[in-house]
Design a protein around this ligand. Structure first.
Ligand SMILES: NC(=O)c1ccc[n+]([C@@H]2O[C@H](COP(=O)([O-])OP(=O)(O)OC[C@H]3O[C@@H](n4cnc5c(N)ncnc54)[C@H](O)[C@@H]3O)[C@@H](O)[C@H]2O)c1
Ligand SMILES: [Fe+2]
Length: 433
């Protein structure tokens, strides 16, 4: 369990607090909605070593200029702004460049990232970093841009090629400071210790994991979410939901991560559909930004599970949106895990609004609640227009064997609550076809 070892060594701490009267309601969306749920939601204290590692976070509508101030605080003189062509078209990097200029910094903009960032793109970004003698990296974009920025920083500090660093804590030397500005409400990459990169030789995504990958500062401005196309909003919202659920049931969870995981699940359940129907409404976007952030804070410390281990292989093979693949896989993985122990899924079901006629106290009731949670995730995916199966997005039965072998090697599988061998993973892939 190398992964768990790396989790328990992650540093930092967080102090729980209540919302004050003048704070907005989105700050404390309740994961539980009925009195009967209170027992499940009752705070638990950590009974074994629990560490919690997150960056400095600046959160709120209109917070984008804070990224420039953060770069200054981190000693930037020649920042590299990593972004991608979709963001350039949306106009956000130009706005950030203006804020950096106001702070006295002229940024080198590099927008050579594509979705599911490729090993060679990170090499190209690293060359730009070296050519321009940059010192701090600012990333503005979705998970792809953020992971590319982490990869560039890793190479700037440690040399070699990005594929050398697959696995846990493979980097030995410090990396340049990182300021992250997420533009999607999903990945949590801006706070996570993960860097996910496509290995173009093997057509798979590798996972690089280590506390050095946790950025210095994350600036979350929900305004950036308003230019997301609907499909991206749906995909990234389902990614955040998958993070919350997998972190909550992970073998490496603890009470600090549980709190954020349940909060994220409830926020997605309450607000994702509203952002689809009312895309420019600030309150719902802000709740989704908070959901993605809290899901990220949960999973970077608790790690993930089989849905992500499987999703990484499909994403590497077919270059498809990560959150869409998760949305298809998640109900199947919930059922598989709940077969062994459904009780852990009860608070998840309650956070998603479990109907009052399901009493989850007994084993049978818990199994019913877990099944309802799987059904609810699929209902949400249907509402969002996510394909019913992987077959619809290009996966064939012939792919299942190789996808399953590669899933077994993914770091995320080791924290899945139920052991899964190759036959189990093949069965899951076939069920999701
Ligand atoms: N490091 C982590 O912890 C972590 C966690 C989960 C997922 N990921 C990775 O993140 C990647 C997926 O990231 P993503 O889902 O955020 O999308 P993305 O970064 O792949 O972006 C997808 C597309 O959306 C566009 N886009 C992004 N934000 C936009 C905005 N606000 N307005 C207009 N267009 C916008 C981009 O230009 C791009 O073309 C995958 O590679 C996945 O493996 C990483
Ligand atoms: Fe994810």
């Amino acid at each position: 369990m190398v992964v768990v070892d790396s989790v328990t060594r992650a540093g930092g701490s967080v102090i729980a607090r209540r919302r004050t009267a003048d704070e907005p309601a989105y700050a404390t969306a309740s994961p539980t909605r009925r009195p009967a749920d209170r027992a499940a939601a009752r705070p638990r204290s950590a009974t074994r070593l629990a560490k919690f590692h997150v960056p400095e976070i600046l959160f709120g509508p209109g917070s984008l200029p804070e990224a420039a101030h953060a770069a200054v605080r981190l000693g930037a003189r020649r920042p590299l702004l990593v972004t991608d062509p979709g963001l350039t078209e949306a106009g956000w990097p130009a706005q950030l460049c203006a804020h950096l200029a106001d702070a006295g910094l002229r940024a080198t903009v590099w927008d050579g990232v594509t979705p599911n960032p490729k090993d060679h793109e990170i090499a190209a970004g690293h060359l730009t970093y070296l050519d321009q003698r940059c010192d701090v990296i600012v990333a503005l974009g979705g998970g792809s841009v953020i992971d590319a920025a982490k990869g560039i920083a890793l190479l700037a500090g440690n040399g070699g090629t990005i594929l050398d660093y697959e696995g846990v804590d493979r980097m030995a030397l410090p990396i340049p400071p990182l300021v992250m500005v997420p533009s999607t409400s999903g990945t949590g990459a801006d706070v996570s210790q993960f860097c996910i990169v496509t290995d173009t030789r093997r057509n798979t995504k590798i996972t690089i994991l280590g506390r050095a990958m946790v950025p210095d500062v994350s600036v979350v401005d929900p305004h950036l979410l308003t230019t997301m196309p609907d499909w991206l909003n749906a995909a990234t919202g389902l990614d955040a939901l998958t993070h919350g659920i997998e972190a909550y049931v992970s073998r490496a969870h603890n009470p600090l991560t549980d709190h954020h995981a349940l909060q994220a699940i409830a926020l997605v359940g309450e607000h994702l559909e509203r952002t689809m129907d009312h895309p420019s409404e600030e309150a719902a976007r802000t709740c989704m930004a908070q959901a993605a952030l809290e899901a990220g804070m949960a999973f970077t410390n608790a790690i993930l599970g089989a849905a992500h281990a499987m999703s990484h292989q499909v994403g590497g093979l077919l270059d498809l949106p990560h959150g869409v693949i998760n949305g298809v896989l998640l109900p199947h993985v919930i059922r598989f895990n709940a077969e062994q122990d459904p009780h852990r899924f009860v608070p998840i079901a309650q956070a998603l609004g479990l109907p009052g006629d399901i009493a989850p106290d007994s084993d049978a009731g818990a199994a019913e609640a877990a099944e309802w949670a799987a059904w609810e995730v699929r209902r949400l995916a249907d509402e969002l227009g996510v394909p019913k199966g992987l077959g619809e997005i290009g996966v064939t039965d012939a792919d299942v064997g190789l996808l399953s072998v590669m899933t077994l090697a993914d770091a995320c599988l080791s924290t899945n609550p139920r052991e899964a061998d190759q036959a189990d993973i093949e069965t899951l892939f076939r069920a999701a076809l």
